[in-house]
Design a protein around this ligand. Structure first.
Ligand code: GDP
Ligand code: IMO
Ligand code: MG
Length: 425
């Protein structure tokens, strides 16, 4: 049976969790494969809102298994807090969640250094991170000094590792940033409290997932962030420190590539971005404020106002290419209902020349070429039949499908699970 992948096609917050929630119904196992608590994934069911950071969004169905893959960085304290708040809502997370023994632990010094670096960076060097320690933890992973969840099975050697890394980190905290040193015992206790509660759910998730696929189970891979934030294919250095794209989904879950069937790119009917970095179709001043208000565009993790702009075909075509996207899910189309005309960037110009791809450098100098589409000027929130959408709205969707070049699998007309149109592919 197949594995399907939900991947962000823009700069994150595309509405991935909404799509994952809808698709989870026909899935057995939902897997987070990268990122950490920088993600904020919102699901709305019958008006009730849930926001997930580390736990896969599928947990709200009571018969699904959730997996935190090897590619995720886990902040143990944050994780326990999220589990506790879900338990309070009545979700039995512990009996339905597995954690990869190869996922890395994100520890207090990662967060402190992330915040200190951002705090001391000059305006042009600031990334605008979530200050959740993500980049520092992945850097340690690549430096081969990180601590993995499964390491905690062997206490003595893990204590030795922690001691070595803490010596380095304390030096950095004190000398570079003038911060207090951290105590070994505090960090060990934090790690061990997590381990003690979760040791029975720590497994080799790659082995588990591939065996389940062979047995006929259906798997949904849940991306965090998005293509524009990918460390290789995003707007480096204004990116996150993992690969949200398809390659990262395979690496971060250990699912064999031959199982992959649908690669669904999620895109808003416009674009948002939080944090720094180039954004060719960004709307500044009151136009941006208008879209932000209409879309309720404030970060689910940090509460920061999201930068807003028009749909960008080159960014989407880039996402189609690097992800091997074979379907598109278009979200938040209802947000555009108030506009007389809707501009779409159908191409780019750089230094007076037409570009036919999303460039790796110089994006801040790109000039979008816009085409205007007529608006529909009526409330479409909650419509779940394509034929019931106003003609101009249908035409807008059909035009985007043509410009992006992949079939539209799903259209989201509101935040709730029921506000969804599924189209056959
Ligand atoms: P994710 O990180 O990609 O899962 O997206 P977020 O949850 O951070 O942000 C998407 C926001 O848009 C959330 O508040 C969702 O509830 C909301 N949302 C998702 N789809 C729709 C939609 O079709 N219409 C409207 N109005 N809101 C939506
Ligand atoms: P979801 O999964 C939107 C952005 C940050 C910053 C950059 C690097 O909800 O789509 P990091 O803390 O990862 O080192 O920050 O990436 N960012 C996100 N933007 N949605 C997210 O996740 C994001 N996770 C990180 O704002 O620009
Ligand atoms: Mg989000």
């Amino acid at each position: 049976m197949p594995a399907n992948l939900v991947v962000g096609a823009q700069w994150g917050d595309e509405g991935k969790a909404k799509v994952i929630d809808v698709m989870s119904k026909d899935t057995d196992i939902i897997v987070r494969y990268q990122g950490g608590a920088n993600a904020g994934h919102t699901v709305v069911v019958k008006g009730k809102k849930y926001i997930f950071h580390l736990i896969p969004s599928g947990i709200i169905y009571d018969n699904k298994i959730c997996v935190i893959g090897n590619g995720v960085v886990i902040d143990p304290t944050y994780f326990l807090e999220e589990v506790a708040s879900l338990d309070k809502e009545g979700f039995d997370v512990a009996s339905r969640t597995y954690i990869s023994d190869s996922a890395h632990l994100l520890l207090p010094f990662h967060k402190m250094i992330d915040a200190a670096r951002e705090g001391s960076a000059s305006k042009s060097q600031k990334i605008g991170t979530t200050k959740r320690g993500i980049g520092i933890c992945y850097a340690d992973k690549m430096m081969r000094t990180g601590i993995r969840v499964g390491d905690l099975h062997s206490q003595a050697s893990t204590k030795e590792k922690l001691n070595a890394i803490l010596n380095e980190k304390n030096h950095e905290l004190k000398v570079l940033y003038g911060l207090e040193e951290l105590k070994f015992q505090d960090i060990w206790d934090e790690m061990y409290t997590f381990y003690d509660k979760w040791k029975h759910r720590i497994i080799n998730t790659s082995y588990y997932l591939n065996e389940e696929l062979k047995e006929g189970k259906r798997i949904l891979l849940e991306g965090a962030q998005g293509t524009g934030l990918d460390a290789d294919f995003g707007t480096y250095p204004f990116v996150t420190s993992s690969n949200p794209t398809t390659g990262g989904a395979l690496i971060g879950s250990g699912v064999g590539y031959h199982f992959l069937e649908k690669v669904i790119g999620i895109s808003k009917a416009y674009i948002t971005r939080v944090g720094e970095g180039p954004f060719p179709t960004e709307l500044l001043d009151e136009e941006g404020e208008r879209l932000r208000k209409l879309g309720g565009e404030y970060g689910s993790t940090t509460g920061r106002p999201r930068r807003c702009g028009w749909f960008d075909v080159e960014l989407l075509k880039h996402a189609v290419r690097v992800n091997g996207m074979n379907a598109l899910a278009l979200t938040k189309i209802d947000v555009l209902s108030d506009y007389d005309t809707i501009p779409v960037a159908v191409g780019y110009e750089l230094d007076g020349k037409r570009l036919d791809y999303f460039p790796s450098q110089g994006l801040e100098r790109v000039k979008p070429i816009y085409k205007e589409f007529p608006g529909w000027k009526s409330d479409i929130c909650g419509i779940n039949d394509f034929k019931k959408l106003p003609k101009n709205c249908q035409d807008y969707i059909t035009a985007l499908r043509g410009l992006v070049g992949v079939p539209v699998h799903m259209i989201s007309t509101g935040p709730d699970r029921d506000h969804t149109i599924i189209l056959s592919m």
